[in-house]
Ligand binder design. Sequence first.
Ligand code: HEM
Length: 218
Amino acid sequence: MSTTATLDDARDTKRVFVSSRLGSLLAVAPLGVWTVNHVWDNLAAFQGPEAWQRAVTEHPHPVAHGVTLAVVLLPLVLHTIWGIGRLRSTAPNNTRYGFFANFRYLLQRVSAVGVLFFLGAHMWLAMLKPRLLEGHAEPFADIAHEMHHHGPTLIVYVLGTLGVAYHLANGIGTFAMGWGLAASRKSIRTIERLSIAFFLVLLAMSWAVLYAMWRAGA
Ligand code: HEM
């Protein structure tokens, strides 16, 4: 093999390594951190319409809103491109890995596709459509009304938030292993337990928000 070909191979390996690390890192911070914060803000639904709108849809300054969007949307786009690349090379292997680990690997990818469709619908219906077509942010009364009176909306949110909670919780586990934060058998078990706990907490928070909206929309 020529020296040029070897150098090209080394550059390719470095490029793949850097993009893989970047796709993985952006998913946890800022994307994962923002996701948890967003669900937390939505819990203001228990305190009524004004509190929810203040916490979720109002921003102190348009520049602050723009910066937040860039800090969240750019990593989301980059992670999605990285994730779609990973999906194309998906190869579940029942013989090489234990059944449960293999099942989680598969679920991570199935949830990725679900999250992709859910986020597309959620961002259009709750963020872009009201602002672009109606000239204002989503009012609490509208989303609460939809949640109570439109079955498909409720089902999409119940399943979509389930997918996000699983994808992020299991992703934090694979992230910790991929970055060498959990290497021994004991630390891997600890990470697995923490990621299950994280899944249950995030899911409980998300479904609590949906319940508060459903109740308010009656
Ligand atoms: C709220 C949005 C999302 C968050 C917070 C998120 C978070 C994560 C995290 C933390 C990981 C683990 C990274 C690692 O193992 O190092 C991950 C993996 C993955 N994500 Fe996402 N993700 C989101 C949306 C998406 C979307 C829209 C796709 C598009 C298809 C996607 C596709 C994937 C795939 C395929 C993996 C597995 C990669 C692998 O293990 O090889 N994710 N995600």
